[in-house]
Design a protein around this ligand. Structure first.
Ligand SMILES: Cc1cc2nc3c(=O)[nH]c(=O)nc-3n(C[C@H](O)[C@H](O)[C@H](O)COP(=O)(O)OP(=O)(O)OC[C@H]3O[C@@H](n4cnc5c(N)ncnc54)[C@H](O)[C@@H]3O)c2cc1C
Length: 487
């Protein structure tokens, strides 16, 4: 498709290839570099603050075991083009694995994703009957009047049993906010089954005979989830894209409404990169602060009022081959503060190293709260205690506990976020030479395949002269707004 000339950012004059600076080397930044380098449309440089690529989707080894930043799966529902690309890049290193997790409901362990027979046999009878009653009486339940929140939408759609026993404590743990302080958007993004019948339908699809080829399965690389980003970055580099790691962006210069240059610091020196387009995937709040001259006061104020939820990942190294057969355990209850625990070796079916496994717990937290500054040993002791509380006592030698901290794990969809996000987003949309996307850029609670889809969309909007087709981008943005998170 060609650019709508009246509605496009103008590119670089002359025959030279447009120069594109990509901010952030997470999946979104890597994928846009890959897509642009593949077509040879542009001269691409990716600027990343960290020492490694992959962002929140990276992997690393602990004592020879590939670990992720919490449970990461590549979901088969990815857009066909994204999935085909990932399969091509990964080759034999991409495994199709059965999901085999457990969730604690009413003090019992139930298979997750839910399976009809398992749920029927294991759910406490009282819970099962209340769920059934919610489903039958749902039509007659009076709907909430007044402002809609995450809480009212769930109570109206799902009824009290599943809302109060599962979703409400779970979101309170993840976001640190009560469900009536969270926006409806969270339900739209996160909950694909907003009525009991939709949940039952989803469960029915797990029945033999009704199952599709990938139902109840996920894709996972041999060397951790981050191998997807690593291989995609390799492909981008092979086609000429450059990655500058440990690079501090000092400011992004603009001349009125046109972004003109990125100034960065490398080895203590300031370097100025004149650019045709900046494609930013870094947190939108950070991007606002980098703009020079700064945005108007209302944009700065909106950026101060929007926030991300952080997360501490606890990696407990245990001296045994395998702790449980399950890939992940989900803990909605508030009695323990971790939301999920995964056993990385069970994701890629690793049989080595022998006599060693790692458990990874996801502890939602914010910089400055009581967990954030705790030592690894203290957090390790808590982790063991929490496991004991849910009937999984650690009876094998613990080698140690390591931790990692993510400052930007989840966008917080509180009741005020929408107007604040819109103020920032509208201002960025009004600038030429700057395009913002990715999970952190669009404040989008979504998956890696969505970040890839956004990146491919952005690359598709750029032509050989570096012009950005804004009309097309508007259509892509409308598509992105329907992304729903897979767990
Ligand atoms: C606990 C958890 C579990 C998840 N599970 C799944 C899952 O199972 N499946 C799935 O598909 N997705 C999952 N996700 C989501 C997935 O991690 C994200 O969708 C994906 O990483 C988003 O990619 P991104 O490039 O948009 O952002 P990020 O991965 O956050 O990358 C942004 C990059 O920008 C860099 N950056 C930030 N500030 C600057 C700066 N000032 N200058 C330069 N660089 C900067 C960062 O270092 C980072 O590399 C999970 C996320 C979390 C937190």
């Amino acid at each position: 498709m060609t650019s709508d000339s009246g509605n496009s950012d103008s590119g670089k004059a002359g025959n030279a290839r447009p120069r594109i600076e990509v901010l952030g080397a997470g999946p979104a930044g890597i994928a846009v570099a890959h897509a642009l380098a593949k077509t040879g449309k542009a001269d691409v440089e990716v600027l990343e603050r960290a020492a490694t690529i992959g962002g929140n989707s990276a992997s690393f080894q602990i004592d020879g075991i590939w670990c992720d930043y919490g449970s990461h799966r590549f979901h088969p529902v990815a857009a066909p083009k994204v999935l085909a690309d990932v399969k091509e890049i990964m080759g034999d290193d991409l495994l199709l694995r059965p999901r085999h997790g457990r969730i604690r409901l009413g003090g019992r362990w139930i298979h997750f994703p839910l399976k009809p027979l398992d749920a029927l046999l294991k759910l406490p009878k009282k819970f099962g009957f209340s769920l059934l009653a919610d489903s039958i009486l749902g039509k007659f339940r009076p709907k909430h009047a007044g402002p809609r929140t995450f809480s009212t939408v769930l109570l109206d759609g799902l009824g009290p049993t599943i809302s109060e026993n599962f979703y409400f404590p779970y979101v309170k743990k993840l976001w640190g906010l009560d469900p009536d302080k969270l926006a409806v958007k969270l339900a739209e993004r996160r909950i694909s089954g907003t009525s009991v019948s939709k949940i039952l339908l989803k469960m029915a699809r797990m029945l033999p005979g009704l199952k599709g080829k990938t139902t109840g399965k996920f894709y996972y690389p041999r060397q951790g989830f981050g191998q997807i980003s690593a291989k995609m970055a390799e492909a981008a580099q092979a086609n000429g894209a450059r990655f500058s790691l440990e690079t501090d962006i000092v400011r992004i210069e603009r001349d009125a409404n046109r972004v003109t240059a990125v100034v960065l610091r490398e080895y203590g020196r300031e370097l100025r990169r004149e650019t045709t387009q900046v494609l930013s995937t870094i947190p939108l709040t950070a991007l606002v602060r980098l703009m020079d001259p700064p945005p108007p006061p209302e944009v700065l104020e909106a950026a101060r009022n929007i926030r991300f939820r952080g997360m501490i990942l606890l990696y407990l190294v245990l001296e045994c081959d395998q702790f449980t057969e399950y890939d992940a355990h989900y803990y909605p209850e508030l009695s323990i503060p971790i939301s999920r625990m995964s056993e990385p070796k069970n994701y890629n079916a690793a049989t080595t190293p022998k006599g060693l496994t790692v458990l990874c717990a996801e502890l939602p937290a914010d910089p400055g709260d009581k967990w954030w500054d705790m030592s690894d040993d203290e957090l390790g002791d808590h982790f063991c205690k929490w496991l004991g509380q849910v009937g999984l006592p650690v009876n094998v030698p613990v080698r140690r506990c390591e931790t990692r901290r993510l400052a930007h794990a989840y966008p917080v969809y509180d009741l005020d976020y929408e107007p604040n996000f819109k103020t920032i987003d509208d201002w960025f949309l009004g600038l030429d030479g700057l395009v913002v996307f990715g999970r952190q850029g669009l404040f989008a609670h979504d998956n890696t395949h969505h970040a890839f889809a956004m990146a491919y969309g952005a690359a598709d909007c750029l032509d050989e002269a570096g012009r950005f087709d804004r009309a097309k981008w508007t259509r892509y943005r409308e598509e992105f707004s329907h992304h729903t998170v897979e767990d």
